[in-house]
Write a protein that binds this ligand. Structure first.
Ligand code: SAH
Ligand code: SF4
Ligand code: F3S
Length: 495
């Protein structure tokens, strides 16, 4: 294979970050996914696929769609690399270390490809939307057979057919925002918890972030499609649904014929018989009073809000183009806490943004202490090619960034520990997901506020909503005992 010049032109559509940045005026089309032609429906018969997913919930859910398409083609899943006829890596581009892991894995798969030349190796997800990544694969990872982008998922059956019958690498990545494709098949992880997209893309263009380039412009699914999917999940007995969008609070802003926003959607979702409804991710800017009012009604709308702040310094927030400052964020937190007194707030924080001073970093520490998050995802800033922040000069050495991350984590953990300590002796409602990863004798599940609970109990509780009395709170998890004589009332709205 190597050494020869290949002609990629036949199947080649490469990504283009500049084009990805342009937000078109053309209307987003809603396309109904059609049944596959007969020849594609048997293409995977007797074959196995392995799908490896990196990154956020959006990717996790995209993988459920990819699995749905593959199973429609006759493929069945495997976890065993050696057994797979098709290996797909659904990748994430958010930070450099996420990308390094994928390149490492791709390098490792070269040997498999030599041993099993019929193996199809594909790369999809956010990394495939980046020109630099596609060029690097073309140059140094020629054993890859297929690259497709986040807007091309529904084209997988055709692209796979091309890859199977051609000796060339198949690359199809649409840079401009895609349409909304309804009715795609999905293989959901379990029968208990489900992800539901409410919107795609992001128009915020925070200066450090690659997502608006890899996921295209903001576009909302029609309310009737979202609510229809929720009703179907309720009928199938799902206990928990997470509504997904990069920025769920912008839901509906793009409707020209409808005045219907995220608060309206949550208010309608509230009336559907699913015991728990979550959402992620909230951007502070579009978090309006109506939404707070709706969330305060509780019921199946859980009291957990993931509200990324990124930094406690107004100057840094300005350089990040987050479109709010420290005071506005704190005011929003105040309003949320007043309306939902038992709310659990979690967040994302970036340390070491270009030229962040010690004082600016200290403002992040003080904001964390002020808000008292139950937990936080914390990251060292990673420059992403093509984003405005990547062009900024940066005078903060990596060791300083590492040290700040460490100090931040100490504060975050200390507060997390204190918050969990308050639950000592409390009885919490737990949706039992399965056996604990570390010990099959122990069951684990989550509270309404998404905290992990471990307790011992009979296996038949898996899939049920139970009460657990917390007796050993830890920093990351809560240990407790099953309260056997108390039944959880679940009738859409849990007690
Ligand atoms: N849409 C979500 C975030 C999705 S990305 C939101 O705006 O809240 C998840 C998190 O990754 C972000 O909140 C941010 O904290 C982090 N992140 C994004 N780009 C990053 C970068 N270039 N370097 C480090 N962390 C980054
Ligand atoms: Fe990235 Fe900002 Fe969009 Fe979140 S809101 S996905 S951080 S650009
Ligand atoms: Fe990563 Fe793409 Fe999600 S970059 S965080 S997988 S939207």
């Amino acid at each position: 294979m190597s050494g020869q010049t290949k002609d990629y032109s036949k199947y080649f559509i490469a990504p283009d970050l500049l084009q990805a940045k342009r937000r078109g005026k053309e209307e987003v089309q809603i396309v109904q996914f059609e049944q596959l032609p007969k020849e594609l429906r048997s293409l995977g018969a007797g074959k196995k696929y392995l799908l490896q997913t990196y990154g956020c919930q959006m990717n996790v859910h995209d993988s459920e769609t990819i699995a749905g398409l593959l199973e429609m083609m006759g493929y069945s899943s495997t976890e065993d690399e050696k057994e797979a006829d098709l290996i797909l890596l659904n990748t994430c581009a958010i930070r450099e270390n996420a990308e390094d892991r994928v390149f490492g894995t791709l390098g490792r798969f070269k040997q498999y490809k030599l041993e099993k030349p019929d193996l199809i190796l594909g790369v999809c997800g956010c990394m495939s939307q980046e020109e630099s990544v596609v060029n690097r694969i073309l140059k140094s990872y020629q054993h890859v057979d297929l690259i497709f982008g986040t807007h091309n998922i529904h084209r997988l059956p055709q692209l796979l057919q091309n890859a199977l019958y051609s000796k060339e690498m198949v690359v199809e990545v649409w840079s401009k925002e895609g349409d909304i494709i309804e009715n795609l098949p999905k293989v959901r992880e379990d029968g208990l918890r489900a992800w539901v997209n409410i919107m795609y893309g992001c128009d915020k263009f925070c200066t450090y972030c690659i997502v608006p380039y890899t996921r295209g412009k903001e576009r909302s699914r029609r309310p009737e499609d979202v609510l229809g999917e929720l009703r179907e999940l309720a009928r199938k007995g799902y206990q928990e649904v997470t509504l997904l969008g990069q920025n769920v609070n912008a839901y509906g802003k793009d409707f020209e014929d409808l005045d219907y926003r995220f608060g309206d959607l949550m208010d309608d979702a509230r009336k559907i018989g699913i015991p728990r409804i979550r959402f992620t991710t909230s951007h502070p800017q579009d978090f309006d009073d109506h939404l707070i009012e709706v969330l305060a009604k509780g019921g199946n709308l859980v009291e957990h809000i993931h509200l990324p702040v990124q930094s406690g310094s107004s100057e840094i927030l300005k350089m990040m183009a987050r479109k709010y400052d420290r005071a506005t964020y704190l005011e929003l937190v105040r309003k949320i806490k007043a309306a939902i007194p038992d709310v659990v707030l979690t967040t994302d924080i970036i340390v070491g943004f270009p030229n962040e001073t010690e004082e600016q970093f200290a403002e992040t520490l003080s904001l964390v202490r002020e808000v008292e998050y139950d937990s936080a995802y914390t990251f060292i800033y990673s420059p992403r090619d093509g984003t405005p922040a990547a062009k900024m000069q940066d005078n903060v050495p990596l060791e300083v960034k590492r040290e700040r991350l460490h100090r931040l984590n100490e504060v975050v953990n200390e507060i997390a520990r204190q918050k969990n300590e308050k639950l000592r002796g409390e009885i919490v409602e737990v949706l039992v997901e399965g056996e604990s990863k570390k010990n099959p004798e122990i069951l684990s599940g989550r509270t309404r506020s998404n905290k992990l609970v471990n307790f011992s109990g009979p296996k038949h509780l898996i899939g049920q909503m139970v009460y657990v009395k917390i007796d050993q709170p830890q920093t990351w998890t809560l240990n407790g005992v099953w309260v056997e004589d108390q039944k959880v009332m679940v009738s859409g709205v849990s007690s």
